[in-house]
Design a protein around this ligand. Structure first.
Ligand code: EPZ
Length: 420
């Protein structure tokens, strides 16, 4: 088992380069199932989720070569029937295998999705979309089985804005007969990235990034060379970490357009964010932090995936901060761990009230999930004394070399292997 040992108090200083987006990557990789011939996806993060997807696809018969930030992939001989009782259950995004296999082969058998435990994580909207396109859906013995004689375009309204359902329906509909519209579609940056890659492969998708996505089905798709967009959440995480330590960090290779809500909230909290160009921001904090209210919302609102890092930052902001989580029912588990470090957070339903304290102190804490884990790392950087964060496997799912990147910014952090 790995744990991160952090001696708090160092101000982060220097430059950090942001990787490609995890939540794009986990959709772009399975989307290549739809393509004929070779594809190369670049700017991919080397994280356990992308490595796992690479190994799942090669177990399924794809040719996959994943080196540095590039994945070369050919899925022409992939298995798509009952034989796929794979590792796919370990990551939430395994459900994109379902949409892609259904779209290409009209059948899919995959284990039900895993991923972070953030409360109930239903897939009813994915299923509704597949059924409306003409698929028969069966769930038995932990497996999701899809089969269609043919897929026919239709109008699909999502009554909850869902990133996963929007992407999965695009994957299933891209080669359906006729036209599909997704109404009340999610608008997250990675939806646009996936739609753009599909279009580069010959698809006819429009409206990505708006509430209504229109997909005119095409007969086939060819291999592509695609560059993954920068990770909005990794960007926000390093911005918050810089602010939390009173540091001065230049964050490079970002997409400024995706960061508007985060920049706004950091500025409200008295953090200085200077935009150097469309791909670079500099975050400094010289003044005391001010308490603020934050509500998570679908894009372009404040991202739920930055709610926990923001919660860590606000533990030492003056006054009382309020965080309302409107996407997930159970994303405040990290606050119990922060309270072990001396923060004063009370959670009622979906709102956390954070009474600012003057300092937090090191403790032994456990990452409850990916973003909750990184919140604890940020808290460790701010705290007086030593913090030991266990459950690092959660953090490794979404952050490339977090230890190395933080070290290069001057953090006193080391990864340790310990017995279970
Ligand atoms: C994606 O999850 C991200 N994961 C999550 O990031 C992110 O928190 C979430 O979108 C919201 O932005 C990936 O992209 C791999 P949803 P997803 O479907 O697609 C409800 C991280 O930390 N819902 O947009 O699973 C659901 O319960 C991860 O990187 C239904 O009711 O999220 C939730 O309340 C964690 N029925 C809301 O919609 C459905 O069929 C949004 O979920 C599907 C979802």
């Amino acid at each position: 088992m790995e744990q991160l040992v952090i001696k708090g108090g160092n101000k982060l200083k220097g430059e950090v380069r942001i990787c490609g987006a995890k939540n794009s990557a986990v959709a772009l990789i399975p989307a290549t199932i739809l393509f004929d011939g070779d594809s190369t996806i670049s700017n991919l993060p080397q994280i356990s989720d992308t490595k796992l997807l690479a190994s799942i696809l090669s177990e399924m018969g794809a040719k996959v070569d994943f080196k540095d930030d590039k994945m070369r992939i050919n899925t022409d001989n992939i298995a798509h029937g009952t034989e796929n009782e794979l590792k796919a259950g370990k990551i939430r995004a395994s459900y994109y295998l379902a949409g892609a296999l259904l779209g290409k082969y009209k059948e899919a058998v995959i284990p039900l999705p895993g991923g972070c435990n953030l409360g109930t994580r239903p897939i009813d909207l994915h299923i509704k979309g597949f059924e409306k396109l003409g698929a028969q859906v069966e769930i038995s013995h932990g497996m999701l089985k899809l089969k269609a004689k043919k897929l026919v375009g239709t109008k699909i309204y999502l009554d909850v804005v869902s990133v996963g359902a929007t992407i999965n329906i695009m994957l299933a509909a891209v080669m359906a007969e006729g036209t599909t519209t997704i109404e009340n579609a999610a608008k997250e940056p990675h939806i646009v990235d996936v739609a753009n890659m599909l279009n580069e492969a010959g698809a006819n998708i429009s409206g990505q990034g708006t509430d209504i996505i229109t997909i005119h089905g095409v007969k086939s798709l060819h291999g592509v060379k695609h560059k993954t967009i920068p990770d909005q959440i990794e960007t926000g995480t390093y911005m918050i970490a810089a602010a939390a330590t009173g540091g001065d960090v230049k964050i490079k290779n970002i997409c400024l357009e995706h960061m508007a809500s985060v920049i706004e909230k950091l500025r409200d909290a008295n953090v200085q964010v200077d935009v150097l160009d469309e791909e670079t921001v500099r975050v400094t904090r010289k003044k005391p932090l001010l308490g603020i209210s934050v509500k998570t919302l679908p894009h372009p609102g404040f991202p739920t995936d930055l709610q926990s890092p923001m919660g860590a930052l606000l533990t030492v902001a003056s006054g009382t901060s309020m965080i309302t989580e409107s996407i997930w029912e159970n994303r405040f588990k990290y606050t119990d761990e922060l309270n072990k470090m001396g923060s004063e957070i009370t959670v009622t339903d979906r709102t956390a009230q954070i009474k600012g304290v003057t300092k937090i102190t090191g403790a032994r804490v456990k990452a409850p999930d990916l973003r909750g884990g990184v919140a604890l790392v940020i808290a460790g950087l701010m705290a007086q004394g030593t913090t030991i964060v266990s459950g690092v496997e959660h953090v490794n799912r979404g952050y490339e070399d977090i230890e190395g990147k933080l070290k290069s910014l001057g953090a006193d952090i080391r990864l340790e292997e310990v017995d279970e």
